[in-house]
Design a protein around this ligand. Structure first.
Ligand code: B4P
Length: 196
């Protein structure tokens, strides 16, 4: 039977990565983050990912085909290792309408049943503050104010159009992303459960 899969959606810093880890730990889902795939691959100097390093540091999007290849490889490993997972969380993918089209092939290739996108809604100024805080704590290269503003611009231009794309398919669900981590988690669990 096909494994259910959904995408966490929203602007940089909305809490996708944070909530994905909570869903993984508490609900038994697999979690795949395209940002993490690239950060890990760059750290081990993978030649394919090195092309992406400068792009990420500028706050731009990595080319769709490169993302697709790296994600597909990661999915093959993850799905082979974890046979009893309840579902899969795609964190940070798709981020363009073209990636949404590529996702259809990935779903077939990996025997996944796409249940929808779950968007976390947070105002831009709050996002910038969160990412500047993360810069202090973790020192991520793309968390400077200039690059954060560029990531927000790229999000509005390239990723936001996916909202209408998935609304048109009746696959768009949203929850408020402001409040404590538990508050946000308690808002999204009923949405995930409604897909069972
Ligand atoms: P990502 O790694 O996906 O980076 P992100 O959008 O900043 O992460 P996220 O939104 O998950 O952060 P989180 O809220 O968890 O992408 C980085 C880069 O990789 C992209 O710019 C791009 O270059 C490349 N890339 C990735 N996927 C791609 C794709 N599909 N196509 C092309 N390029 C791609 O955390 C943010 C902070 O907020 C944390 O410090 C957290 O502690 C805090 N936080 C979370 N929830 C909170 C809450 N409720 N209240 C207060 N703080 C909270």
């Amino acid at each position: 039977m096909a494994l259910p899969a959904f995408a966490l959606f929203g602007p940089p810093g909305c809490g996708k990565g944070t909530q994905a880890v909570m869903i993984k730990d508490r609900m038994g889902f697999l979690h795949v983050s395209t940002g993490d795939i690239f950060r890990n691959a760059i750290a081990r100097k993978d030649p394919q990912a090195m092309e992406a390093q400068e792009i990420m540091q500028r706050g731009e999007l990595v080319p769709d085909e490169l993302i697709r290849d790296m994600l597909s490889k990661e999915l093959s490993i993850l799905l082979a290792e974890s046979k009893d997972a309840k579902g899969l969380i795609l964190d940070g993918f798709p981020r363009t309408v073209n990636q949404a089209d590529l996702l259809n092939d990935l779903l077939k290739e990996h025997n996944l049943n796409f249940t929808g996108v779950l968007a976390l809604e947070v105002e831009e100024e709050e996002l910038v503050q969160r990412l500047l805080n993360r810069a202090k704590e973790q020192g991520r290269a793309d968390d400077t104010e200039e690059v954060i503003r560029e990531r927000m611009r790229v999000y509005r231009e390239k990723t936001q159009p996916l909202e209408d794309y998935y609304k048109g398919k009746n696959m768009y669900y949203s929850a408020g992303g402001v409040g404590s981590l538990e508050d946000v988690y308690n808002r999204i669990v009923p949405i995930i459960e409604s897909w069972n």
